[in-house]
Design a protein around this ligand. Structure first.
Ligand SMILES: [Zn+2]
Length: 281
């Protein structure tokens, strides 16, 4: 058993995120198109190292780039759900959310021939119904929440949190493989501007990977079989200076006693009762 696990995840948003943002003039659309340029570069980087990753693919992307999605599958990667057109499900009524979920499940199955086993909410925001809907559709895991840094845990339904206090809901048969904004390339690197907000991004990718390496070192020192889940976006990480830093980081952390696993593999281990991310004495 390795000392820890690293889950490399890629959110292949492509054009869908610009649909969700309502920015559909030519240049934002072309920013989405760049994701398709970057995917083969990433597949090469991963194949050269024999690494399997998890790709969260909106149904919209699967329908726009079906051949590329099949190429990802043929390289041995996992493909999981990420909405249809990158909808923020947190604000959706239950019937509308179920319809989007079903549409995204159908798109991934139709394009790849492989039913998805997990889900990541666009913008990492779940509604009160999401966990129950994912369970209802037989999905195994979610990877959108931030309740731990190194340990998967069971999702809950029916939590009640307000000014009066907190009442925890019941555990659901859905594994959470948690994420974090600090383990996401987008806030570090991507420049985004809209009337609502500006995300400056454009930082030195070396700084981001140095942070991720410190998180990994801390996890390996303090926990047994912890899981570090990092998130990249092809359109963000797929540029020269960032890809070179990504390659350096992958080669450096490969020297540690870690296994690179898909999110589904980690969820299966956890569901089978393997202890992941428990503190060392
Ligand atoms: Zn996304």
């Amino acid at each position: 058993m390795p000392s820890g696990y690293v889950c490399l995840t890629f959110d292949f948003d492509a054009l869908s995120v610009w649909v969700d943002r309502g920015q559909l003039s030519a240049t934002p659309r072309s920013r989405g198109e760049f994701a398709a340029v970057a995917v083969p570069r990433l597949l090469k980087t991963l194949s050269r190292r024999g690494l399997a990753a998890t790709w969260f693919v909106p149904g919209h992307t699967a329908h726009t780039y079906p051949d590329l999605c099949r190429e990802i599958r043929d390289h041995g990667h996992e493909i999981a759900l990420h909405g249809y057109a990158h909808e923020n499900v947190a604000t959706m009524a239950v019937d509308a959310e179920r319809a989007v979920l079903d549409r995204s499940i159908a798109a991934i199955t139709e394009v790849t021939g492989v039913p998805a086993r997990g889900f990541r909410a666009p913008a990492w925001d779940l509604s009160e119904n999401t966990v129950a809907l994912l369970t209802e559709r037989g999905l195994r895991y979610d990877s959108s929440m931030m309740g731990h840094d190194h340990a998967p845990y069971w999702c809950r339904t029916g939590d009640r949190v307000d000014a009066a206090g907190t009442v925890w809901g019941a555990e659901a048969p859905l594994v959470e493989v948690p994420v974090s904004w600090t383990l996401d390339d987008l806030p570090y690197l991507e420049f985004l501007s809209s009337p609502a907000r500006t995300l400056p991004g454009l930082r030195d990718p070396g700084e981001m990977f140095a942070n991720w390496e410190l998180d990994l070192r801390y996890m390996l020192r303090e926990t047994a079989q912890g899981v570090l889940t990092v998130t990249c976006h092809p359109e963000v990480i797929g540029r020269g200076h960032r890809l070179l830093r990504l390659e350096e980081w992958l080669d450096r952390i490969a020297e540690e006693d870690v296994a690179f696993s898909t999110v589904a593999e980690v969820a299966d281990l956890f569901a089978a009762g393997v202890e992941l991310g428990t503190p060392k004495d």
